[in-house]
Design a protein around this ligand. Structure first.
Ligand code: SAH
Ligand code: SF4
Length: 418
């Protein structure tokens, strides 16, 4: 979501005549787009900001703007702490970058329903894969999470706007879209989320559709049915579990039990046996006992996710979980995180090894960032494939390739004749 916002901010600034520079000392304007999902992100931001203080002193004409979730959450408090910041632009007010000088306040963080209609030029980072917002905000209030406070209430874009944006992307040669929303299943445009997928599936030129993220509590039958049926919908779902203990899930306000989650996984796999499932886990939520933690480890063994994003619980100001009395010490959280990661690493590697010799569809995306390989691509299940080829392969090609080797985080293949 932040990456997409950065693309839009860059696009707006470019259409206002700004040029991008890699050298911070050359900049007339520095925009820091921030994340506040965990304390670590917030700490990184303030240390980064500190480095700009000297620049501003030497060159008072330099403007510094802070955008994103920390901007939304802290507002004026940022300028109190760092008086050399000129503007604080919240998550729903990106349009302010159109004319910063015209702002009558340094802080702009109000609710803005017009976010849905904003259609400024954006400077996309990738030429094959595009991020497309389908909704903004979140109404779920999971007890640990700051997103509902920093991104506001759910707002869905009209399907027509989304489809027009994707048609335009297809015309420009984009092959893949990643639909973005905190919880795509609560998409409430003029069609259901599954309905939206059906429309997008028919757009010529687009070959792959992905989305992020789907909340397990309302993963609909309609969506499960779409897997394996819609040609372009990739066989991958990111479905955050958070904990394998139903007691902790309740404290997290996730609104599903572990058993209900498992049942959804079984239905997804029943519908689409090769689907890759990835997830998020939080280690050390307040009050998590050794028994709860063991249930999470057991869940990982039972489900065998294709990959996992793991997070050490981080108390966020204003959230319900931060007020729970039984906050765990850092050592316990660190150890549990480590145990989760070690177990999952084995599982990921084991699952990848099962793919050796199989033929998978790979979208060739870029030159290899790893020495010894020519290209990098991804399978429909979102696994990275490093490819060797004597001949050149145009980026954007989609090939069926036999997997020769599997590592923990990637697969390897040779292509004789593309
Ligand atoms: N809307 C998405 C999640 C967005 S946040 C969803 O519900 O799936 C991405 C992940 O960050 C969450 O799934 C959670 O695992 C993690 N996370 C959020 N708040 C956190 C916190 N306070 N401490 C640790 N991890 C957190
Ligand atoms: Fe946060 Fe829960 Fe909303 Fe995801 S669904 S953004 S975890 S509150």
């Amino acid at each position: 979501m932040n990456d997409r916002d950065s693309e839009r901010i860059a696009g707006i600034l470019e259409s206002e005549g700004y040029l991008n520079t890699d050298k911070v000392v050359d900049a007339d304007l520095i925009v820091v787009n921030t994340c506040s999902i965990r304390q670590k992100a917030e700490d990184k931001f303030f240390s980064q900001l500190g480095r700009f203080k000297g620049l501003k002193k030497r060159r008072p004409a330099l403007k510094i703007a802070v955008a994103g979730c920390i901007a939304q959450q802290m507002g004026m408090a940022i300028i109190k702490r760092a008086p050399y910041v000129d503007y604080v632009v919240g998550t729903q007010n990106i349009h302010a970058f159109k004319d910063l000088n015209a702002l009558n306040s340094q802080i702009i963080t109000e609710d803005n329903p017009q976010i849905l209609e904003l259609n400024f030029r954006s400077k996309r980072k990738n030429t094959l894969k595009a991020l497309v917002n389908i909704m903004y905000g979140c109404n779920n209030f999971c007890s640990y999470c700051i997103v509902p406070f920093t991104r506001g209430r759910e707002k869905s874009r009209a399907s027509e706007d989304i489809i027009n944006e994707i048609k335009e992307l297809a015309n420009k040669g984009y092959k893949e879209v990643m639909l973005l929303g905190q919880n795509v299943n609560s998409y409430k445009g003029d069609v259901s989320f599954a309905g939206l997928l059906r429309y997008i599936d028919s757009i010529e030129g687009i070959e792959r559709i992905r989305f992020m993220t789907s909340h397990p509590k309302d993963l609909s039958d309609d969506l499960i049915e779409a897997f394996g049926r819609l040609k372009k919908l990739c066989e991958h779902i990111h479905l955050p579990l958070q904990s394998g203990s139903s007691r902790i899930l309740q404290l997290m306000n996730r609104k599903y039990t572990y058993e209900e989650y498992l049942e959804k996984i079984q239905r997804l796999r029943g519908r689409c046996p090769d689907i890759a499932i990835t997830s998020d886990i939080i280690a050390g939520f307040p009050g998590e006992t050794e028994e709860d933690h063991n249930l999470t480890l057991k869940a990982l063994k039972d489900i065998e996710f294709d990959g996992l994003f793991t997070f050490k619980y981080s108390p966020r100001a204003g959230t319900a979980a931060s007020r729970l009395p039984e906050q765990l010490d850092e050592d316990t959280k660190d150890r549990r995180l480590q145990e989760i990661n070690t177990l999952q690493d084995e599982i990921t590697e084991k699952k990848n090894k099962r793919l050796i010799d199989s033929y998978l569809e790979v979208l060739i995306e870029s030159p290899s960032d790893r020495a010894g390989f020519d290209f990098m691509g991804r399978t429909r299940t979102n696994k990275i494939v490093y490819v060797n080829s004597k001949n050149s392969i145009p980026y954007g090609s989609i090939l069926k390739i036999q997997i020769k080797k599997a590592n923990r985080h990637s697969l390897e293949a040779d292509v004789e004749r593309p």
